[in-house]
Design a protein around this ligand. Structure first.
Ligand code: CS2
Length: 450
């Protein structure tokens, strides 16, 4: 289901002829057995790529529904769901056509969603709906649409199904289950009972750095591959997927592509959320305050790097399972972050700080306290976020956060009150802990270029 190209076909892009658009040219797509909600670049570099690399890929097609950008479905549908994955290593690019997306669908097309979920051959729903969506209970959210689709499945008697959350959320399987059941209860109580009995919620840790595609990337694919692809995806060579849970209606052999199945996902999730995502958030806030634009640039700044490694030292004390191989994981992260050819923009990572820090910094701070230590490096990350939102608010720079209004109200306060109010948005359980508020307050400004 995937095809690799590493060199341009002879004479590609040099003849002056318009290039042909990427497409299946009559070759059928694999049959849809997976529904995905959240057709973005990460879905395509990760779950779709793993599915394309399974040895039974010919049996597993994905119908992928857009979340925030309906136009993504139009562009991809014009290419029969095909797209180029540009695997961007430190020493060059490799190009691969990924064929697992059989259908790209506008997220508003609930008739199609309900139709697919009513079919017994649909076995899996994967989700990349972003962290903040799990906190929304309205029926129009992607999870609301999923719940209505599950109701259609129940009514059709189409049998059990697995829901696989692929968002960077601690306990994502359980969090997805709780959100789905909450919404289902609001619709009809019997539905929540059906969900509990027939839907398996699989927990995962997902990993592949996927910066935004640029117009230069589109031009590069045309020049190197000899076809037009309006929607390629760029990703690092590294890819990791760890899963835990049941697939009552079957699944692709993702293990052929390197996916790992474990009994207890939590330690693996923590390793990823704290070491990779935690470092990312720290670099995003401290790095931008210090004038950097990308992860690689921030990592090259000794102040940022030191703060990041201090945070890793704290987190590592709570990652004790030997299989986690933390020293090797840390070394690999340094290499991945330093990849000079991946321009991973800090502004992209900085979005939704309240939701992200709650999972990336707060658990380490709390674990350090429980062991009688101060958790100063985790506290510094939270202080850097406060400095970042305060600086953005005072310069009028835009930033994205589900609690943006509350953040803007909090930054209007002064001194320690401001620190306490902002902390309340990230870790409400810590606001009454005076020493913590004092510590974070004292760390404000410590990573800002003076
Ligand atoms: C990043 C993640 O934007 C962010 O918050 O930390 O998207 C990160 O790049 C991925 O989780 C890597 O697997």
């Amino acid at each position: 289901m995937s095809e690799k190209t590493s060199a341009a076909p002879q004479g590609a892009a040099q003849t002056g002829e318009p290039l042909p658009l990427l497409g299946r040219k009559g070759v059928p797509a694999p049959p849809v057995r997976i529904v995905h909600l959240g057709l973005g670049a990460f879905h395509r570099s990760h779950q779709a790529w793993f599915t394309a690399h399974a040895s039974d890929a010919a049996e597993w097609g994905i119908a992928s529904f857009t979340g925030r950008r309906p136009d993504a479905a139009v562009t991809l549908a014009a290419q029969d769901g095909l797209y180029t994955l540009v695997e961007r290593g430190g020493d060059g690019d490799r190009f691969e056509v990924v064929g697992s997306i059989a259908e790209a669908v506008d997220g508003g097309d609930v008739a199609r969603l309900n139709g697919l979920l009513s079919s017994p051959s649909t076995a899996i729903v994967t989700l990349t709906v972003t962290e903040a969506v799990y906190e929304k209970d309205d029926a129009d959210s992607p999870l609301g649409r999923l719940v209505r689709g599950l109701a259609a499945r129940r009514d059709a008697g189409a049998g059990p199904i697995a829901v696989v959350s692929c968002d960077n959320v601690a306990g994502n399987g359980e969090v997805a289950e709780a959100a789905v059941c909450r919404i289902a209860e609001g619709i009809d109580v019997g539905l929540a009972g059906w969900v509990r009995e027939h839907v398996s919620f699989v927990g995962t840790s997902v990993d592949r750095i996927t910066p935004r595609t640029t117009p230069e990337d589109v031009a590069e694919v045309a020049a190197q591959c000899g076809y037009r692809d309006e929607s390629p995806v760029v990703a690092e060579p590294f890819a990791n997927w760890i899963l835990s849970g049941e697939f009552p209606a079957g699944r692709p052999r993702w293990e052929d592509a390197g996916a790992q199945f474990v009994d207890d996902i939590e330690p693996f999730e923590n390793r990823k959320l704290w070491l990779l995502n935690g470092a990312h958030s720290l670099l995003a806030y401290a790095g931008q305050l210090r004038g950097h634009a990308t992860v690689a640039e921030a990592l090259a700044d000794p102040e940022c790097r030191q703060a990041m490694e201090a945070f890793w030292d704290e987190a590592e004390r709570h990652l004790t399972l030997p299989e986690l191989s933390v020293p090797a994981y840390r070394q690999a992260l340094l290499d991945r972050f330093a990849n000079p050819r991946i321009a991973h923009h800090l502004a992209q990572i900085a979005a939704d700080g309240t939701t992200k820090l709650r999972m990336r910094a707060v658990p380490v701070l709390i674990a350090e306290h429980a062991d009688g230590r101060s958790g100063v490096a985790a506290a510094r990350m939270i202080a850097a976020w406060m400095d970042f939102v305060a600086a953005s608010a005072s310069s009028g720079a835009d930033f994205q956060d589900p609690l943006k209004e509350q953040i803007l109200a909090a930054v209007g306060l002064e001194g320690r009150d401001r620190t306490a109010a902002l902390l309340g948005l990230v870790a409400p359980e810590l606001v009454d802990d005076s020493p913590v508020v004092d510590r974070i307050d004292a760390l404000r400004g410590s990573l800002t270029r003076s």
